[in-house]
Design a protein around this ligand. Structure first.
Ligand code: ADP
Length: 504
């Protein structure tokens, strides 16, 4: 494995623009203004590549959340957004996308500093992803439509009946720390296109890009109160958002544990809920593959974003005949995926988002070893000057009872197992409470379709992994979620259907 000197793992200098942004006082974004909290509580912002505190954000109080929800409620009820011509909503959302594109480099740097991911990855994935979410959904503003339907039991011509699609109302949108800006835009885009207003809460570990986005929201010309951004802890500010009586819909991406809690809390007033939760996604490698292609594919499936991906390919099932060769191929990717500070231009994998998460990942590796697993790659943390790095790790000699096989680690750790036939591997792939994504590697079209049909998950990839497109629905089977985001399903999740029946 790579042994890096601590100096190679030292974070690089921030740009002047980033320094200037980090020197801002902690504020919330309500009614198109940056406002102070009702109290003094703040949360430290850390750079995971150094472990150093670099700024502070507001830890929103109940009063702050109430204020943001009230702003969104007013903005929804008076129709200042939903009442605009759809073309204007479309154009405003697209203007936000234009502004984001114009500031892409700055956003990529902020994301890298805040989350620990390489700036190059943020520039290639997160920022363009956020822009495409906005652009695709902007177009739906003018394309949602109801139907006129002839009733079944009523004589023709005696009533006129039709359906109308209406925005669901005020949305509480809570997003995680793994793709902060991308998740924020994935959430706000369909809500805005539908004509909803919203309160967004980024994760307490990674709120910087959402706060910077607020500047662009004003510049793009959104009416006040349409988009409000609250920073703060989940169990306080997030909880208040979910339980607030003036909120009509909750959209959440995060852990299955918190998703279940949110679903219970939102039920009290029967809020509409969409949940995008955890996973333990299988990657199945059949005997006919070209290992030179499948090995880097399987490595990327788990090591991209340091494994902090809900669809990370964290359970690798390789056919017995290619298992050893595949693992050798994955081990050969170690230099490429060696952790580096997020502003190092050579970085492909950065730091883990926080000390808590870093220790959790290493704790899982230790638990795996205690249970009898063997480390064939990584398995430890490189020595660094305070950064939260973990080496890309492959564990073998595992069995389905081990926590490393059953639970979502959310780090660069994959468990590799052998299989002999298709039914066996389909059963093993489905032996999980999750069902978010799955990868299949084979050149045999028939095997591909057979296995794709057998695996219970919201998305199945063939000869690729974690390819996500804003036009294609995304969501989970089983305990990986509720509802779908993106595509037509994504906009539908922000609409109510009203049926109108008029006697003539
Ligand atoms: P992770 O475990 O990966 O940190 P979480 O599911 O805890 O992810 O957090 C994802 C988001 O959910 C964050 O924005 C967090 O603040 C928020 N959150 C955490 N707990 C709650 C809660 N009880 N109610 C509402 N939001 C919460």
């Amino acid at each position: 494995m790579n042994v890096m000197t601590p100096s190679m793992l030292d974070q690089r200098a921030y740009s002047d623009a980033a320094k200037q942004f980090l020197s801002r006082a902690p504020r919330l974004f309500i009614n198109n203004e940056f406002v102070s909290s009702s109290h003094d509580a703040t949360i430290a912002v850390e750079d995971p590549s150094s472990g150093r505190e670099i700024a502070r954000i507001v830890d929103a109080s109940d009063a702050d959340v109430n204020r943001a929800v009230a702003a969104a409620r007013r903005a929804f009820d008076d129709g200042r957004w939903s009442g605009l011509p759809p073309m204007v909503r479309d154009r405003t959302i697209n203007r936000l996308a234009d502004l984001l594109e114009a500031h892409a480099d700055e956003f990529a740097e902020l994301e890298a500093i805040d989350n620990g991911k390489p700036k190059g990855m943020a520039a290639a994935v997160d920022i363009p992803g956020a822009v495409s979410q906005l652009r695709f959904m902007a177009g739906w503003s003018a394309k949602v439509a109801g139907e006129t339907t002839q009733p079944y039991t009523i004589p023709n011509g005696t009533v006129f009946s039709y359906t109308v699609k209406e925005p669901v109302g005020v949305c509480a949108q809570i997003v995680p720390w793994n793709f902060p800006l991308l998740m924020a835009c994935l959430k706000i885009a369909p809500a805005l296109a539908a004509g909803c207003t919203l309160v967004l809460k980024p994760a307490e570990q990674t709120s910087l890009t959402a706060l910077r986005l607020a500047d662009l929201i004003v510049e793009a010309g959104f009416p006040a109160g349409v988009i409000n951004i609250i920073t703060g802890n989940g169990h306080t500010a997030g909880d208040r958002m979910v339980k607030h009586p003036d909120v009509d819909k909750v959209a959440f991406t995060g852990s299955t544990e918190i998703g279940k809690l949110i679903n219970r809390n939102a039920t009290a007033t029967l809020k509409r809920v969409t949940l995008e939760l955890g996973g333990k996604s299988p990657v199945v490698v059949m005997p006919d593959v070209d290992v030179a292609e499948a090995a880097p594919g399987a490595a990327g499936a788990i090591f991209f974003n340091a494994g902090q991906v809900c669809v990370a390919g964290s359970r690798l099932y390789a056919h017995r005949s290619v298992f050893d060769q595949l693992l050798e191929g994955i081990a050969a990717t170690a230099p490429f995926w060696a952790p580096r500070p997020s502003l190092d231009p050579e970085a492909h994998m950065g730091a883990i988002v926080s000390k808590e998460q870093h220790d959790k990942v290493l704790g899982y590796i230790e638990a795996g070893k205690r249970d009898g697993a063997s480390v064939v790659m990584g398995g430890d943390a490189p020595s660094s000057n305070g950064g939260y790095f973990v080496n890309p790790t492959v564990l073998v000699n595992v069995n389905p009872q081990m926590s490393v096989v059953r639970e979502e680690i959310f780090g660069p750790v994959v468990v590799a197992q052998r299989f002999d036939d298709l039914d066996e591997v389909a059963k093993a792939a489905n032996d999980t409470c999750f069902g978010l994504g799955a990868g299949i590697w084979t050149k045999d079209v028939s095997t591909m379709h057979k296995l794709a049909a057998k695996i219970k998950s919201g998305t199945v990839w063939g000869n690729c992994h974690a390819v996500i497109d804003t036009a294609l629905p995304f969501g989970g089977y089983k305990e990986s979620g509720l509802g779908r985001e993106q595509g037509r399903a994504g906009i539908e999740a922000y609409l109510e259907t009203k049926t109108v029946i008029i006697k003539m």
